[in-house]
Design a protein around this ligand. Structure first.
Ligand code: GLN
Length: 259
């Protein structure tokens, strides 16, 4: 049995579990593989998980609740020490970033793991929510566009270069443990840009080269949008396959295969 948790402090939890259930029926395995989907609110529950989704919601609130429940350090351990597969959607992507900038609010505690800086609320308020069709090459050649739902969505403003990280780590010296913020994958896996939003009707808002809305770095995957609010299982299937590989072989495939 592979146990996949969804962090259930706040936000869109049930939607992910429903789509995970649906997606799991698309995964064929010769040995009657079983999945268990678990809502995670305690570190004991987290320790049962082989993989985790951090859902959308409101990342400041999520971080405050996680701190209060003593979950921040166990989460950092899960992501950065155990290197288990983790996927953050929207607020979850913010939680998994090493740095966050906000249009209004200031700093907040993060789990980290992705060597990126996110910009929160990139497209404005709830009322400016929108759906856009994205071409996601990782879903396979010729895959139909994915209807991406953006709700007060963050985007990846930039990737943090490894020289910057080294410098930061030198300055921190031995003081910064793995549990502290500011150390993603170290010199490990590179940040891969897996999805870009180029405007479609919001051209004026997306930068010239488009906004980065899906990234992966080793075991950590993040999307600005909410696949769990659609009935399109493709990204959940794609991710679950990586979870299966990582759980069985202890590593994630470098090249994504189609769904
Ligand atoms: N804007 C929210 C935040 O900053 C994220 C929105 C969402 O998850 N839909 O945390």
């Amino acid at each position: 049995t592979i146990t996949v948790g969804v962090l259930a402090l706040q936000g869109g939890v049930v939607e992910h579990i429903n789509l995970l259930r649906k997606a799991s029926s698309h995964i064929q395995s010769p040995d009657a593989l079983q999945f268990n989907f678990l809502q995670v609110r305690t570190s004991a529950e987290l320790s049962q998980c082989d993989a985790l989704i951090i859902p959308g919601g409101e990342s400041t609130t999520m971080a405050i609740v996680a701190r209060r429940l003593g979950l921040l350090d166990p989460l950092r351990e899960f992501v950065k020490v155990q290197h288990k597969p983790v996927w953050g959607t929207c607020a979850g992507l913010i939680m998994l970033s090493e740095q966050a900038a906000a249009t209004k609010q200031g700093g907040q505690e993060l789990v980290g793991g992705l060597d990126v800086r996110v910009l929160r609320n990139r497209y404005g308020t709830q009322l400016q929510s929108f759906v856009a069709e994205l071409d996601l090459a990782f879903l396979g050649e010729g895959a139909a566009p994915f209807k991406a739902v953006f709700i007060r969505a963050p985007v990846v403003e930039r990737v943090i270069a490894s020289e910057e990280k080294e410098q930061e780590q030198e300055e921190e010296g031995e003081a910064g443990s793995v549990a502290s913020q500011g150390k993603g994958q170290g010199k490990g896996a590179p940040v891969e840009v897996l999805g870009v939003y180029r405007g479609q009707g919001k051209q004026e808002e997306a930068g010239e080269e488009g906004d980065i809305v899906a990234v992966r770095q080793g075991n950590v995957f993040g999307t600005s949008f909410h696949p769990e609010l659609t009935d399109d299982v493709r990204i959940h299937v794609w991710w679950l396959r990586q979870v299966v590989d990582a759980t069985r072989h202890g590593s994630l495939p470098v090249v994504a295969d189609g769904v």
